[in-house]
Ligand binder design. Structure first.
Ligand code: UD1
Ligand code: CA
Length: 477
């Protein structure tokens, strides 16, 4: 594949999107169209990728860089033929075959790109074209075949007669070209058509004039030809990609209780015997291990979840790591760099950010753990808060192994609690606690007997309570 280059056409604004963003920068199933197409091209193993950019190119340069792609600038959008000409100029001289992809066609598979290349080579054709039969072909160019089954013309919808419009086989906009042929034919295109554009599809005419053929390659999966031109199609193709993902997951041994009501992006990985309830959203580079249970209402992005983890309902994970056998939620919030150790428990209304929670440690109720390191088998009581922010800077809290933090404790960072220490409930920890010690900060409690009966009898009356007669005062001991 080291003589194969890919040109991705992506200079158009995409008027039908009604957007200030260039069309291919819109996300479909969580990644921009441009990212998806470049990713497919790379997976096909081609050696060079060129993006043809124009409208809103500043929004796309990062994606091009991520794939090591070159950028060709098409200043004026004169048509797909002109865009291909711009892209071709950026390919190095070792490239002998050129795959042209549309930046808005994101369902094509790497294997299909290879099939296009093979079909062209076998027949020594000028080009091969990926085609598909769609239930509704409107908007696409139609494939006109000759009596041998080769392509004799591609006619755009807007240039088509009613007879041609009846043809169900459409042009996907993905092709493999003999480079020398493409280089010869692009400068010869004209704009004598309904859109006054230079059509890449008119290279078919040139091929026939040279006495060469253009072979149609019907897509194995007709969805592969689908382009995205509107927000409706954006949503449809997004759902299509997610649908394919859920099928692949079930085929690979993952249980989806209701596959229609999950949103699992294509790049997410899930191990066998995991069970996903609905509704659940799994996005980005999330990796889920084996035997994991994710209950309803969870949203997990860019997180790594180990084997046998149980994520209870309505938990939100973002950029978090959870090790084997941990139990999370319900209603837990794991934010970036939360790192939950093996078998640890993070319970309801507990928020963890940029903190390591050691193996077997527990924070089961109502806590904020931010910028902290917690050792193994420590217990963080209900209502514990790491006061990590002093209004200008963040500070760390370090808690050792086997520590018991009583309920409603504030840890004013920077502060350390040593191994085996015990912090009494309600303590405000402002000084380091040495290992194996008790820390306590409480105002001594004072009880004033019968104060309510004497000073607020109306409160007792409201509750229908009668204060007992004051007992004879014992001498104070
Ligand atoms: C094109 C094909 C049509 C095919 C359809 C498949 C032509 C003339 N038509 O039509 O046969 O069925 O794709 O989806 O090729 N672009 C540029 N510069 C330009 C014009 C377009 O970079 O000057 C890019 C666009 O950004 C887009 C791609 O080329 O990513 C296709 O352009 P678009 O306008 O969507 O073409 P269609 O009308 O869909
Ligand atoms: Ca299109």
């Amino acid at each position: 594949m080291d003589t194969v280059g890919v040109v991705i056409l992506a200079a158009g604004l995409g008027k039908r999107m009604k957007s200030s963003l260039p069309k291919v920068a819109h996300e479909v199933a969580g990644r921009s169209m441009a990212w998806r197409v470049a990713n497919i091209a790379r997976a096909a193993g081609v050696s060079e990728i060129v993006f043809v950019l124009g409208h809103g190119r500043d929004k796309l340069v990062d994606t091009a860089a991520e794939f090591g792609a070159k950028i060709a600038i098409q200043d004026r959008q004169l048509g797909t033929g002109d865009a291909a000409r711009c892209g071709l100029a950026e390919l190095s001289s070792k490239i002998k075959e050129v795959v042209v992809l549309c930046g808005d066609a994101v369902v094509i598979r790497p294997a299909t790109i290879k099939a296009l290349l093979t079909a062209r080579r076998k027949r020594k054709a000028a080009a091969s074209v990926l085609t598909g039969i769609l239930p509704d072909p409107s908007g696409y160019g139609r494939i006109v075949r000759d009596r041998f089954g080769n392509v004799s013309r591609i006619v755009e919808e807007r240039d088509a007669t009613s007879d041609i419009k009846k043809i169900a086989e459409v042009n996907s906009g993905s092709y493999a070209f003999d480079r020398a042929f493409l280089a010869r034919s692009l400068p010869r295109l004209n704009d004598v058509n309904a859109q006054r554009e230079l059509y890449l599809t008119d290279t078919v005419i040139q091929a026939l004039e040279e006495g060469r053929i253009v072979v149609p390659v019907p897509a194995g999966d007709p969805d592969e030809v689908r382009g995205i031109n509107s927000r409706r199609e954006l949503a449809e193709v997004g759902a299509l990609l997610v649908g394919k993902k859920t099928e692949a997951l079930m085929d690979a041994g993952v249980t989806l209780i209701d596959p229609r009501r999950v949103w699992i992006e294509p790049e997410v990985q899930i191990g066998i015997d995991s069970t996903i309830e609905s509704p659940v959203t799994l996005t980005g580079n999330t990796r889920i291990g084996k035997g994991v249970r994710i209950q309803m209402g969870c949203i997990i992005e860019d997180s790594v979840v180990g084997d046998d983890v149980h994520i209870r309902p309505y938990s939100i994970l973002s950029g978090a790591r959870v090790a084997k056998g941990a139990v999370i939620g319900p209603f837990a919030h794991l934010r970036p760099e939360a790192d939950i150790g093996e078998g640890a428990h993070i319970g309801n209304f507990v928020e963890v950010k940029k903190s390591k929670v050691g193996a077997g440690s527990k924070a089961n109720h109502l806590a904020y753990i931010g910028d902290a390191t917690i050792g193994k088998r420590s217990n963080i009581g209900a209502g514990t808060i790491t006061c990590n922010y002093d209004g200008t800077a963040k500070h760390r809290t370090v808690i050792g192994d086997g520590v018991f933090i009583g309920s409603d404790t504030q840890l004013v960072a920077p502060v350390k609690v040593g191994n085996g220490a015990l912090v009494g409930a309600g303590t405000t920890v402002t000084k380091d606690v040495p290992p194996f010690s008790l820390a306590l900060s409480r105002a001594p409690q004072k009880n004033i007997e019968n104060w309510v009966a004497k000073k607020k009898p109306e409160l007792l009356a409201k509750a229908g309570l009668k204060a007992p007669k004051p007992a004879k005062r014992k001498s104070e001991e």
